[in-house]
Design a protein around this ligand. Structure first.
Ligand SMILES: NC(=O)c1ccc[n+]([C@@H]2O[C@H](COP(=O)([O-])OP(=O)(O)OC[C@H]3O[C@@H](n4cnc5c(N)ncnc54)[C@H](O)[C@@H]3O)[C@@H](O)[C@H]2O)c1
Length: 369
């Protein structure tokens, strides 16, 4: 059972504050009376958090503008604000951008995570949450033993730059859990969608924005039928907060619950963040948040504008992982239950983009040609 007062007065650092998921998380943490300190690299003219709040007056997070690659600066920020909880979300989070910039992506995602974990270790923080991804699991489609849906104890087989950067940071986070007994919770979430995502290379924001501007959606050749699982951003925020709330009890008094060796250690600090348990996934046709690219675009065409998609060639450096969906039973056992159905989530999302179209159009211009 979630403790309603858990967040009151907690001193929480959220990294990547100008990002999509972080904006929702900050909003909810502030609504739950946490003291939120947020890091961002840049001051953006259009802030996701302000767009989500629709002009309503509310508390703002205490902003620290810094680069997570600067270890000393992160340490100073945590000391200055007496941080007791970290949600580490900052990352180069776009698969295609990562493929175009392997060195900076790996440096950013791996060293940024290491810096955060090291500061948490030195300060004995009672809870640290690391945003990882189901992309870390990579290709399991023909695996004889570790079949879909992904489970937390599966091998991490990311093949592209983004995925392997997440595999590495995920592994380092596990190391900090096992070797230093730092209560780290690793969230391997499926594709997150909802209002406020200004990453216009992603399927849902890009398709809605293209349809809104009377253009055809685009599909990469051969990707029409790959399956992806989607989860609404507010459900992800609930999962993150629940995991942070449960970190101390999951690790146990004096960390007695940490397994010491063998299979029990595989993926122990990690949780899949998705909408289904293994029983639900017996019939994936009933799991409405698992969609092919083609069927998702059809839904968006019905909601926004009915324009036939263009099939375009894949960039040569593009690796499309085959079907991906996750078994989130472990998270459900912790007390999680998603609240937003796919139908409702997509309705809220398209409504938001329609409402904010004129503000978003200049930012998305490059992706609308
Ligand atoms: N959105 C998804 O579908 C999804 C799915 C699984 C996991 N994740 C993970 O969740 C996290 C948040 O994703 P998002 O969708 O909100 O991405 P996002 O791109 O909207 O946000 C990431 C933010 O991190 C910031 N950042 C990057 N490097 C930084 C650095 N060195 N110092 C300071 N700030 C830095 C960026 O400026 C950006 O604002 C990421 O770690 C991502 O890998 C996202």
């Amino acid at each position: 059972m979630k403790n309603k007062n858990f967040w009151f007065g907690k001193r929480v650092l959220v990294t990547g504050a100008d990002g999509f998921v972080a904006a929702h998380l900050i909003k909810k943490l502030i609504d739950n009376d946490a003291v939120v300190i947020a890091t961002a690299r840049h001051k953006r003219p259009l802030k996701t958090l302000d767009l989500l709040r629709e002009g309503k007056v509310a508390n703002q997070p205490d902003m620290e503008y810094c680069d997570l690659l600067d270890y000393e600066e992160i340490r100073r920020v945590c000391d200055r604000h007496q941080i007791d909880t970290i949600f580490h979300l900052a990352a180069t989070a776009i698969v295609s951008a990562a493929a175009d910039a392997p060195m900076s992506t790996i440096e950013n995602n791996v060293m940024g995570t290491l810096n955060v974990l090291e500061v948490a270790r030195i300060n004995n923080m009672p809870r640290v949450l690391i945003a990882s991804s189901d992309k870390s699991y990579g290709d399991h489609t023909t695996d004889k033993y570790e079949k879909l849906p992904y489970k937390e104890n599966y091998a991490l087989r990311g093949l592209d730059v983004y995925s392997s950067s997440k595999v590495c940071s995920d592994m380092i986070a596990q190391t900090y859990a096992f070797q230093f007994k730092l209560p780290v919770m690793i969230c391997r979430s499926s594709n997150i969608y909802g209002p406020g995502d200004m990453n216009f290379t992603r399927l849902i924001p890009r398709t809605i924005m293209r349809l809104m501007s009377d253009g055809p959606p685009v599909i990469n050749t051969g990707n029409e039928n790959v399956l992806r699982e989607y989860i609404y951003v507010e459900d992800v925020v609930d999962a993150y907060m629940l995991m942070a709330e449960q970190a101390e009890s999951y690790y146990g008094t004096d960390h007695k619950n940490i397994p010491r060796s063998g299979v029990d250690t595989y993926g122990w600090p990690a949780f899949n963040v998705g909408s289904y348990t293994k029983n639900d996934l017996i019939d994936i046709n009933k799991c409405l948040s698992i969609k092919s690219v083609d069927s998702l675009i059809k839904i968006l065409r019905e909601k926004v504008r009915d324009i036939e998609p263009n099939i375009i060639p894949k960039p040569s450096n593009f690796i499309e992982i085959p079907d991906q969906y996750i078994d989130a039973s472990k998270l459900f056992d912790l007390g999680f239950k998603p609240k937003v159905s796919f139908e409702e989530g997509i309705e809220k999302t398209t409504t938001w983009y329609k409402k904010n179209f004129s503000k978003l159009e200049p930012l998305a211009a490059k992706y609308l040609e």
